[in-house]
Design a binder for this molecule. Structure first.
Ligand code: FES
Ligand SMILES: [Fe+2]
Length: 346
């Protein structure tokens, strides 16, 4: 099941150039490239004549010529040439998907074009250039491929208790899971938050931020917006100095913007960036940080792929729910509600 009337990250801006990139998104083969003027284009990767993928053809100027019988398609999806005839029958076209380039990502709308709504992008303004913050692109500008359903990534990020077990040496910390979480249900999103007092700091962040205190107050918050756009806000500061509702920028603060784009029903791509308020502008720390975060996320992918293998083998196996599941169950409801709306609309 995919929600279609949403924006998804199709690629990072740096992945798409003059050379076409073929990628399956929401179960549909898509071809991404840039025109000579630099504008990003996304075409259905399927010739409407005999279904050869257009990615097996060749670029001609800003157009793509099919590699089978030579039909040529313009960036708007319309066929502009059929070898051997002057007449182009009406409807000789492939889908050209709307794109938005923003925050170093290329966002694609694969739903009903009439329902396109640019206000449905997540609120990732923290990625805008601003003083006091350093942004890093995850995995050097490439998505992490995941052999799992896209929704497992929401589940993973809405239950950050897992840092204690999956990322013990980097993001973990003793005592974190003693503190309760709150769940806030919004019309198209769910917010999870945990505030922990007098706990140990996440080892990796303390090390990179050169923070020496042994005991801190610490927060972990996730805003998960439809369909899979997660803003993780995590950090810490000296006990009693920041406060649950205080200014988190006074502490060591990391925001991770993470989204999973479905490829098929059981595979997806994780795209992510981070914004930090420590070691600002320090290129050496950025390099280490990118490598460390990739290793951490690969541990998550390892877990989610394990879940997927079981989910595929035993789809009906009974599962229990615990208190920490409240945010992810709430997000499942939001997704189900919108999926039902989409299927009712046909
Ligand atoms: S399949 Fe593309 S031109 Fe025939
Ligand atoms: Fe994780």
């Amino acid at each position: 099941m995919f929600l279609r009337n949403c924006w998804y990250v199709a690629a990072t801006e740096s992945e798409v150039g003059l050379q076409p990139l073929a990628r399956t998104l929401l179960g549909r083969p898509v071809l991404l490239y840039r025109t000579g003027g630099g504008k990003a284009v996304a075409l259905e990767d399927r010739c409407c004549h005999r279904n050869l993928p257009l990615s097996m053809g060749a670029r001609e100027g800003d157009d793509i010529r099919c590699g089978y019988h030579g039909l040529k398609f313009a960036p708007d999806g319309n066929c502009v040439e059929i070898p051997g005839q002057t007449q182009i029958p009406p409807g000789t076209q492939v889908t050209s998907y709307p794109l938005i380039e923003k925050w170093n990502f290329i966002w694609i709308w694969m739903g009903d074009p009439a329902l396109r709504n640019d206000t449905l992008l997540p609120d990732w303004r923290c990625l805008d250039d601003q003083p006091g913050l350093t942004r890093t692109m995850g995995n050097d500008g490439k998505p992490l491929p995941m052999q799992c359903h896209w929704e497992l990534n929401n589940d993973n990020l809405l239950d950050l208790t897992h840092v204690v077990y999956v990322h013990a040496d980097t993001l973990g910390g003793a005592g974190l899971d003693r503190f309760p979480i709150t769940t806030e249900r919004l019309p198209r999103a769910v917010r999870m938050m945990r505030w922990s007092e007098n706990v140990t700091p996440p080892p990796l962040l303390a090390q990179l931020a050169k923070y020496n205190g042994a005991i801190v107050d610490r927060w972990q918050a996730t805003l998960c917006e439809l369909p899979s756009h997660c803003t993780i806000d995590a950090g810490f500061g000296p006990p009693g100095e920041i406060g649950r509702d205080g200014d988190w920028d006074k502490g060591v603060r990391l925001r991770a913007l993470i989204t999973a784009t479905p490829e098929t029903e059981t595979t997806s791509f994780m795209f992510y960036q981070q914004v930090r308020n420590f070691a600002v502008g320090n290129a050496e720390i950025s390099k280490r940080f990118i490598a460390n975060i990739r290793d951490i996320f690969l541990d998550d992918v390892h877990v989610m792929e394990g879940q997927q293998r079981t989910n595929s083998a035993r789809p009906d196996a009974p599962r229990i729910e615990i208190r920490a599941d409240a945010p992810l169950i709430a997000m499942h409801r939001v997704i189900e509600q919108y999926a039902a709306k989409e299927s009712a609309a046909g």
